[in-house]
Design a protein around this ligand. Structure first.
Ligand SMILES: Nc1ncnc2c1ncn2[C@@H]1O[C@H](COP(=O)(O)OP(=O)(O)O)[C@@H](O)[C@H]1O
Ligand SMILES: [Mg+2]
Length: 341
């Protein structure tokens, strides 16, 4: 039962309870004697431990969560990117987002840390659809070309799974860097670690910005924000990227502006053969929200128009893996598209 899949099925509270409970159980075997480390390494590890021990934060984490946060955010603390963890703003399926007090290098009071769930590998249904044609990235965002590492990922060994997990995070971080640099409405990315990303925080100390799906817009505002989201979709395409999971759930609304978030599954319109279908779905989901806010658009022709504007070839076939047959919204969307509406 102690498998990543088991943990992924739990919601946040169940996960914390399970892990706290597990920590209480007596250990069946006495821990093995730790191997003696060579002196310089022992010194390095000793120093690291000391500095992590000083990392005490205001947020009252559950017992297991505390260790997980120390592991995931300890490096950001050591490098002074953050000075405190204040609260958990959201616990999601894949990750939890924490409000942190920013350290000296960041010109803001607060910063957001997205921390992926412990031992989780990305739980995307059909992850191959997004990974098609993609080179995997290491924890520094460099392409993985080494044979041994590639073999481990193909064989899905424990090490391979760890590399794949890091690759999703590296894609999220490097995409945000590239998009922020060209002026897209995304949080400013600051740093990446094995299991976490540090980025600009959208919101205030009372809470994070709501996602669009929680907001009802006025008519004029809806029209201008729709255009702004399309401008971002267009900008992403111009820089050879498709969000891949765009919807009102992954667009934050704050002080009249939109911010696109949640980028691990970005795909390339040139390389990924499923790209056009993924793109059509992104556009359809955005149109679906704005339709409810009184803005009418034809997602099918809009997607085709944007796609050809950038010289990409439309590929009419939709990868069957893209359709989440269990998702009523997905089924309705595709039906609408098939009927040419
Ligand atoms: N930069 C940010 N500033 C404020 N809140 C954020 C930020 N990034 C994410 N969030 C909050 O955390 C939630 C989950 O983040 P997201 O990146 O969408 O991860 P998931 O994969 O769990 O959906 C978002 O819906 C939003 O409420
Ligand atoms: Mg999300």
């Amino acid at each position: 039962m102690d498998t990543p899949e088991f943990y992924e099925r739990l919601d946040d509270e169940e996960l914390t309870d399970t892990l706290v409970e597990r920590n209480k159980r007596p250990r069946r075997f006495p821990p093995r004697n730790p191997k003696k480390l060579p002196a310089p390494l022992a010194d390095f590890v000793g120093k690291q431990d000391d500095s992590r021990k000083r990392f005490k934060f205001t947020y009252k984490a559950a017992r297991f969560e505390e260790g997980w946060l120390l592991d995931s955010l300890g490096g950001f603390y050591e490098h002074r990117w953050i000075s405190d963890v204040l609260s958990r703003v959201k616990g999601g399926k894949e990750a939890s987002v924490y409000l942190c007090r920013a350290g000296a290098p960041i010109p803001a009071d607060y910063v957001a840390a997205k921390v992926y769930r412990p031992r989780s590998i990305r739980n995307l249904k059909n992850d191959h659809v997004y990974r098609e044609g993609r080179t995997n990235l290491d924890e520094q965002g460099r392409q993985i070309v080494e044979d041994g590492m590639q073999h481990a990922m193909r064989k899905r060994t424990e090490y391979g799974k760890k590399l794949l997990h890091q690759s999703w995070i590296a894609y999220e971080f490097t995409s945000m860097q590239a998009l922020h640099a060209v002026g897209a409405d995304v949080p400013q990315p600051f740093a990446m670690a094995d299991n976490a990303i540090l980025m600009g925080y959208i919101g205030d100390n009372d809470g994070c910005a709501p996602a669009l799906n929680e907001v009802t817009l006025g008519r004029n505002e809806a029209q201008s924000l729709f255009e702004r989201v399309l401008h971002n979709i267009d900008l992403l395409l111009a820089h050879e990227r498709i969000h891949g999971d765009l919807s009102a759930y992954n667009i934050l609304y704050w002080e009249g502006r939109v911010t696109l978030i949640d980028f691990p599954q970005v795909v390339s319109p040139r390389i990924n053969r499923n790209a056009f279908g993924i793109f059509q779905r992104d556009v359809a989901r955005v149109c679906e929200y704005f339709e409810k806010q009184g803005v009418h658009a034809d997602p099918r022709s809009l997607a085709a128009q944007l796609w050809t504007k950038h010289g990409y070839q439309p590929r009419p076939e939709i990868h069957p893996g893209l359709l989440d047959a269990d998702d009523e919204r997905d089924r309705a969307l595709w039906q609408k598209q098939k009927n040419g509406r």
